[in-house]
Design a protein around this ligand. Structure first.
Ligand code: GLY
Ligand code: MN
Ligand code: MN
Length: 438
């Protein structure tokens, strides 16, 4: 499967409209074009909610869902065809494309929205809209509703209620379909191949940016791109959790931490591996590495239906706390240290997050006060780490400046879980063998 089939977008719209009910309307804007500097744009990335419902990737578009409306339940406002603009900026689907290729029941030029949309809002009670996501657009939505309210004495009826569209939609997005899982599998396969390539290319004297370039090359040659800014951190740079510079020389005897994932057909992978620059772990590095690996494996073993969201994290915390005690970095009884969260000096982030169209994907982690129970089709990362700063006090010198994270992408299945990022090794011996053969 090369992309999510067209019928699936229609299924999502139907599902959303069913849960909205007939007295409502949903308004979903495309992502705005964003400027990088002067008149130079960032590569356009469609809003994930908008894409999820439409599959339509042009900017300046708005999708409207009006359940039960006789003329048209699904309306797209899109950029009009324009030969001059298309010569400069690229092809547009236009209104004919919106109905013909993207299954809108009706489509209008985006320039006509102020005229047409208020009529669609009339006589609907609830407006499903994700307030706060695109602040400039919020103003326009409020303007349309207030415009109608002002005309109440002329017999026009304005909606009475705003409902958080994201709440409904994000719960749908949390459960991945077969087609979505196929995209995530591919994103993880390409991501893992990039990490293998990085391991093969790494050696003392090379620079972090050269290894970053290997990763970018592997992504792009598979029609994928970064799903977030990659982290390529040698030595103590690995202890900076969001290290971005990626421009330091790689030194003999150091580790290299790479956190890089790609986006394929709008679906993300998010993978971290940590390995020795020269291809051989030192005993000190290995003593920390094996704790993180054990935490990664223990957490993955907790990913199965019926377990709650925090169980993998609890398992990782247990292994890491025990390991830090063995290393002499924490002193005391393990349960007491866990309760006091003493591990947070060296493991200061959580063990994972939902993964999907967004790298930190949508979906609630708690329902009320309770951690969410894992169900088949949910996808998450497992990413424990230990980071011992170079200037850490009271820490043996051989352990200072070591930063290690091992991150995998995991799907909850009916009987347990499937690890998507297994295409790149994580056992120390396997990494050493791979690097030796390079
Ligand atoms: N790369 C972002 C994360 O691991 O959450
Ligand atoms: Mn992650
Ligand atoms: Mn990551």
């Amino acid at each position: 499967m090369k992309s999510v089939p067209r019928a699936e977008f229609a299924r999502r719209r139907r599902q959303l409209m069913r849960s909205m009910g007939r007295d409502s309307i949903a308004i979903v804007p495309a992502a705005p074009v964003r400027l990088r500097n002067s008149d130079v744009e960032y590569a356009y990335r469609q809003d994930s909610d908008f894409h999820y419902l439409t599959g339509f990737d042009e900017p300046e578009s708005v999708a409207i869902l009006i359940p039960g409306r006789a003329q048209a339940e699904y309306v797209l406002f899109v950029r009009d065809r324009d030969p001059t603009r298309e010569t400069w900026d690229g092809r547009r689907a236009g209104t004919a494309g919106a109905t013909g290729e993207y299954d809108a029941d009706d489509a209008f030029p985006i320039g006509d929205i102020d005229e047409i949309l208020p009529g669609m809002l009339e006589n609907r009670e609830k407006v499903y809209y994700a307030m706060g996501t695109h602040p400039d657009f919020d103003q326009r939505v409020v303007g349309w509703v207030n415009g109608l309210r002002a005309q109440a004495k002329h017999g026009r009826h304005a909606p009475q209620e705003f409902v958080a569209l994201d709440h409904v939609l994000h719960d749908m997005r949390l459960f991945k379909s077969r087609a979505e899982l196929a995209m995530l599998r591919e994103a993880a396969r390409i991501g893992a191949a990039a990490h293998v390539r990085a391991m093969q290319a790494t050696g003392p004297g090379r620079n972090e940016y050269e290894i970053a370039a290997e990763i970018a090359h592997e992504f792009r040659r598979h029609n994928a791109d970064h799903s977030y800014l990659p982290i390529v951190g040698g030595g103590e740079n690995a202890c900076i959790l969001h290290y971005r510079e990626n421009d330091a020389p790689l030194r003999e005897g150091d580790l290299l931490l790479i956190d890089a994932g790609c986006e394929y057909q709008k679906y993300a992978s998010d993978i971290t591996r940590t390995f020795p620059v020269n291809g051989r772990f030192t005993p000190a590095q290995r003593s920390v590495y094996d704790i993180v690996l054990e935490a990664n494996l223990a957490a993955i073993a907790k990913v199965r239906p019926g377990n709650h969201w925090n169980e993998p994290h609890d398992a990782a915390v247990r292994v890491i706390t025990q390991g830090l005690v063995r290393l002499g970095l924490l002193k005391g009884r393990v349960p007491t240290l866990e309760k006091a969260q003493a591990y947070r000096r060296y493991f200061m982030h959580r063990t994972g997050h939902w993964l999907g169209m967004d790298v930190h994907d949508v979906g609630d982690y708690k329902i009320g006060d309770e951690w969410r129970v894992l169900e088949p089709g949910m996808v998450l990362t497992i990413e424990p780490g230990i980071y011992i700063p170079a200037n850490a006090r009271g820490v043996p010198k051989r352990l200072r400046g070591i930063g290690i994270r091992i991150e995998d992408d995991v799907v909850v299945t009916k009987s347990g879980c499937e690890v998507l990022s297994g295409g790149v090794p994580k056992r120390a011996e396997e990494i050493e063998a791979l690097m030796e053969a390079a």
